[in-house]
Design a protein around this ligand. Sequence first.
Ligand code: ZN
Length: 469
Amino acid sequence: MDNFWKISRTPGRLGIDYDETPFFHPRDPINPMNDSHDADESGRPSWPVGGPHWRRRDSCRLCDSEQVEMVAALRPTLLPERYVDSPDDTSASERYPVDLYMCRSCGHVQLLDVIDPSCLWSGYTYHSAQNQSTLDHFEEVAERVVTGFGQSRGMAVDIGSNDGSLLRCFQRRGLTALGIDPAEEIAARAMSAGVETIPQVVSLELAQRIRRDRGPAAVVTAFNVFAHTDDMAEMAASIHALLADDGLFVFEVSYLLDIVEKFLLGTIFHEHLCHHSLIPLEQFLRRHGMEIIDVDRVDVQGGSLVGVAQRSGGPRPIAATVAALREQELKRELNQPAGVRAFGDQLQRLQRSTSELVADWRARGASIAGYGAARSGPTLLAQFDLGGVIECIFDDHFQKVNKFTNGDRIPVVPTDELLRRQPDYVFILAWIHATPIIQKNLEYLRRGGRFVVCCPEVRVIDLEEASRL
Ligand SMILES: [Zn+2]
């Protein structure tokens, strides 16, 4: 973390230098994609333009090419998972860009705006207490590695190991387990559950030390972190250093094809620096001495990709799934700017529809609330300009209820307040849980309320509409 600023080629540059900015800059007045942003008289957007905790890369995170092009302009967004005790608390009220860029050289889609990790992760309330479906998914992954690939002995190393849930699946199948996770409190929890965990950020130096002291890893997993680091080269070098010659690297990332096809807007926030797809990842891993030998699309976070890789020239054949998915991406032009621009176009269309609806409701004096203080909430609030519209957010999470969102300072109230307050419209901010939320709150609809879902289309859901879900 200490070298955060040193990585930047333009350290500390907080203002806008149009001359140095390649292609269309999101805040460039001549940028045709800027139509979606509110502009002041000078034609420049009126939202804040930076702060001390972020910098913009000027090269691709995977291949280092400077041929990066913006493919979707989004409105700057507050950091997620910050809740304050008082509406007067203005801490963490800064908004940061989350625009999507594509590398013209390798096709990787990414955020170039990087928040200082010490700022990004401090005060973060998100604890991924693993739910049953996640645990079941981990069991399936471990089973596939151990039985499907015959990797039944040796050491499994999980990068970003959290509470050790994934590693315990490997332990139960006879492998030894080693976690790496810089969150000391969570690492301690994993240790007490019997999973040895090193409370550090993964680095090449650490990987080499582990290999020297304990031998190479039969399995390396990265399920929460392969899209979160700005220094992907260090991450890949670390994985390569850990892997045995016949070892397997298994990763899960939210998948760009799903993001584009299903319009998974809620997956775009500051931690998700990479929006991976197969073609750029294959090139990237190849440069780091690894090859993808199998891929599988899974229904996690709205659509994710599980990839299996080995050291280049390793003992296992490359499954037909890899070529099939590569073909699909090429057909969909997922590695071309045009293939992803549709996402930005759809966002602009939805933004227009939502603002027309909201203007109409407000003109009629309707009350508007939100449901679900989810991690994706700030993204939806910002993109649909709902921060000043929503009167309260219904959520029971113990770290959020009776607090206020940062920046917009919207009160979070318990869900049992919904019927008492009976707002006219309720936007569902916990986007992937829309259907269960609606089904759980039919009484609100019976009393005349309406839920609103913004993605992938704007839908106003009354009782009759809910019966068709
Ligand atoms: Zn690239």
